[in-house]
Ligand binder design. Structure first.
Ligand SMILES: C[S@@+](CC[C@H](N)C(=O)[O-])C[C@H]1O[C@@H](n2cnc3c(N)ncnc32)[C@H](O)[C@@H]1O
Length: 283
C-alpha cells in the first residue's frame, strides 16, 4: 500500500456498505484509494465511481487500471452531475471519508499543517482561487470572528479576529509562521497546539467551503441511492457529525423534520446502527 494515506475504519466501512459483487458504488473521497481498492476487490462485476478534488489524488487513481473503475476529479457536491455524465442514475452505496488525507497534511507546501512552515494555502482543489492567506488578509473582522467561532469553536474568536485585522494592517499574512507568531500570545497557556489546530480547522473549512459541499452532497445521496442501498460517512469534527446525524435521522441537514399525511417523518434513510460506530483505540 502507498504511504499516501492509511484508510481509517476499513473493515467497518466495508461492512456498512454491504457490498454485492455486481453493484454500483461511489467513493466520494478517494484520497490515496485505500477504501476504493478494498471495494474493488469485492465487486468484481460491479462498478466503482470515485471523486476527489485534489489533483494529487488523481495521480494515485491513475495507477488503478480496472475497467470497473472511474475517477472524477471533482468536488463531491457535483455527485449527480458526474454520475449522469457516466451514465449512472442509481447506486447501491456511497462512502465518504471526510476531511483531508495524511498526504495533504504532510505536504508542507499545501499549508494544512501547524507543524511545518509553508504558504497559507489550505486548498484541496488547487484551482480554487480562495487561499487561507486571502481569508486572513481580506475578510472583514466580523466575518473572521464568525468563521473562527463557528468552524473552529475558538473560544476567544472575537479577540483573535481583532488581532488578525490589526496585524494585517501592518504586514499581510503570507506564511504559516506569520500566523503561528500571531497565535502564540493569544492561545491559552498549555493548550497552544489544540488552539492552533482549531484555528487551522476553521480556515480550512472556509477555504474549501466544506459545510456547503457536505450539505449539497448529503441531499443528493438521498436521491441517487437505490432502495436498500447504504450511505457510510466518516466524520471528524462536531459540525460534520451533526449534519450527518441530522440527515440520517430526519432527511434534513439542519434537523427540521417533514411529516407525511399520517404524521410519520419523511426521511430517505433508516439508520443501521443506533449509535455511530467509533474507531477502536489501540494501546
Ligand atoms: C480523509 S481523505 C480520504 C482517504 C481515503 N479514504 C483513503 O483511503 O485514502 C479525504 C479526501 O477527500 C478529498 N475531499 C474532501 N472533500 C472533498 C470534496 N468536497 N469533494 C471532493 N473531494 C474531497 C480530499 O481531497 C482528500 O483527498
Amino acid at each position: 500500500m502507498s504511504d499516501y494515506h492509511v484508510p481509517v475504519m476499513l473493515e467497518e466501512s466495508l461492512k456498512g456498505l454491504n457490498l454485492s459483487p455486481g453493484g454500483t458504488y461511489v467513493d466520494a473521497t478517494f484520497g490515496g484509494g485505500g477504501h476504493s481498492r478494498a471495494i474493488l476487490e469485492k465487486i468484481k462485476d460491479g462498478r466503482l465511481i470515485v471523486f476527489d478534488q485534489d489533483e494529487d489524488a488523481k495521480k494515485e487513481a491513475d495507477m488503478i487500471q480496472e475497467r470497473s473503475f472511474t475517477f472524477c476529479q471533482a468536488n463531491f457536491k457535483y455527485l449527480k452531475k458526474y454520475l449522469k455524465l457516466n451514465g449512472v442514475s442509481k447506486v447501491n452505496g456511497i462512502l465518504a471519508d471526510l476531511g483531508i488525507s495524511s498526504h495533504q497534511i504532510d505536504s508542507a507546501e499545501r499549508g494544512f499543517s501547524t507543524r511545518f512552515d509553508g504558504p497559507l494555502d489550505m486548498r484541496m482543489d488547487k484551482k480554487n482561487p480562495l487561499l487561507a492567506s486571502r481569508v486572513l488578509n481580506e475578510y472583514p473582522e466580523e466575518k473572521l470572528h464568525k468563521i473562527l467561532g463557528m468552524y473552529g469553536e475558538v473560544k476567544n474568536a472575537r479577540t483573535l479576529a481583532r488581532a488578525i485585522s490589526q496585524r494585517r494592517n501592518v504586514k499581510k499574512f503570507g506564511r504559516i509562521a506569520d500566523l503561528i507568531e500571531l497565535l502564540k500570545p493569544v492561545a491559552p497557556t498549555g493548550k497552544e497546539y489544540k488552539y492552533y489546530a482549531q484555528v487551522f480547522q476553521a480556515l480550512r473549512i472556509e477555504v474549501n467551503q466544506e459545510m456547503e459541499a457536505l450539505e449539497s452532497f448529503l441531499l443528493q445521496c438521498g436521491e441517487v441511492i437505490e432502495k436498500g442501498g447504504r450511505l457510510v460517512v466518516m466524520s471528524y469534527h462536531s459540525l460534520e457529525d451533526r449534519m450527518v446525524k441530522n440527515y440520517m435521522n430526519t432527511g434534513k441537514v439542519f434537523g427540521e423534520v417533514e411529516k407525511d399525511f399520517f404524521g410519520n417523518p419523511i426521511k430517505p434513510f433508516q439508520p443501521i446502527n443506533r449509535k455511530p460506530v467509533e474507531p477502536v483505540r489501540k494501546r
